[in-house]
Structure formats: structure tokens, C-alpha cells
Design a protein around this ligand. Sequence first.
Ligand code: B16
Ligand code: MG
Length: 223
Amino acid sequence: MPELKACLFDLDGVIVDTARFHYIAWRQLANDLGFDLSVHDNEQLKGVSRMESLEIILKLGGVQISEEEKLQRAAVKNARYLELCKQMTPADTLPGVRAFLDELKRASILIGLGSASKNARIILERIDILSYFDTQVDGNRITKGKPDPQVFEMGAADLGVSASQCVVFEDAVAGIQSAKAAKMFAVGIGDPQILVEADLVVPGFSDFSLTRLKETFENRNIE
Ligand code: B16
Ligand code: MG
């Protein structure tokens, strides 16, 4: 029976809520182009890379711009996003995350990041959580975004563990698909009716523990 050796965490929506800042900055970009972006539309952007998000937004607004303008507008959006992120503090770490990471450390379980964001390191530093991570795979390293398994496969390779020894924590449907494509145990953070492909879904880390994770992880292997 494979032993639990590593936990790989998505960033936005799992460790910290940066989606609200992405939304403000993307909405500003849409407004600059003459249309609005709803909170509902923003859901489609979770876990999706920066340039793919831009493509989705342009489609929603029915707007076409040159490749050059796409890069320029994405850069403006990112600068606005990073400006908003400056207001984050360690208190913005989602409830229960730090205690859960402490529990993993005490149990010598390796910790990795698997995020689509190119700003992951800056954000981890800002909420003072970077030192927990034994490796970070982010948008600067991957060539294929979620739902491709690359991000989590790279994380497992960095940590020297096999897929069957890893657990992935994800809030986005594409992220759960990525974990399953990597043949890893996937814990969804959010709504079980949305994250249907996850092996286990919890609302957050507040009422979660390593003991509970191990129970589910080990039972899965007996089945
Ligand atoms: P950046 P995750 C993702 O983070 C966000 O969910 C997504 O909304 C964002 O577009 C993407 O990172 C890229 O972010 O513009 O900072 O490179 O959930 O994969 O941690
Ligand atoms: Mg996410």
C-alpha cells in the first residue's frame, strides 16, 4: 500500500484567496475595452493561465485585438494585480492552512506548490509561508497548463516521490483533472457538486487534519 509522502498545493483558492484581486484587475481590463466582467464570468478564469484567461475574457466581450496588444494589456493587468496584492498580509492565508502545513512538517511529509501563477513566489513571500515549501512548480516552469498533469508531475519529480505517494489539494475543476491525469489522490477544496472528480472534497482546512486525510487516502488503496 503506497505511503503518503508528499502533499502538493494549488495556490489561489487553496492557500490564499487571490481570485478577488485577479477579478478586480481583469474587470478593469474589460472596462478599458468597453465591456464588463461579472463575478460569474470570473469563475471560468480560476486555475487558468494569464494568457488563456485573457482569451476567454476577449471572447466574452466579443473583442478582437492584436497579439501585441494582448501582451501589453496582460502586462497592465498584471501590474494592477500585483499592486492589489501588496495589501495582503500573513492574515490572508486561508483558515486552517498554516496549522495543516505545521502538521505535515511534524510528520515529515514533503510539501510542494503546483500553481498556474507566475506570481506564486511573490505571493507566498507576502503571506510569509514560502519556507514551508520543499519545492515550487509555478507558471514560470510549466509549458502545459491544468488540466494537463505536468504541474503535479513536476512537483512529484522534484520531491523524488511517485504519483501514488502524493496528494493534491485543488479548488478548480481543471486542477482536479490535472491531479487525476497525474494519477494522484485529489482533495477538492470547495463544493462536492462542482469538484465531482475529486477523491475527497472538503470546504477548507479548518476542520481538516492529517489523520482524516490518511484515513481516506489509505482506504482508497484498499478498495
Ligand atoms: P498569474 P492557481 C491561477 O492560480 C489563478 O487561479 C488564475 O486565476 C490565474 O489566471 C493564474 O493563476 C495565473 O496567474 O497571472 O499570477 O500568472 O489557482 O493555479 O494557483
Ligand atoms: Mg486554484
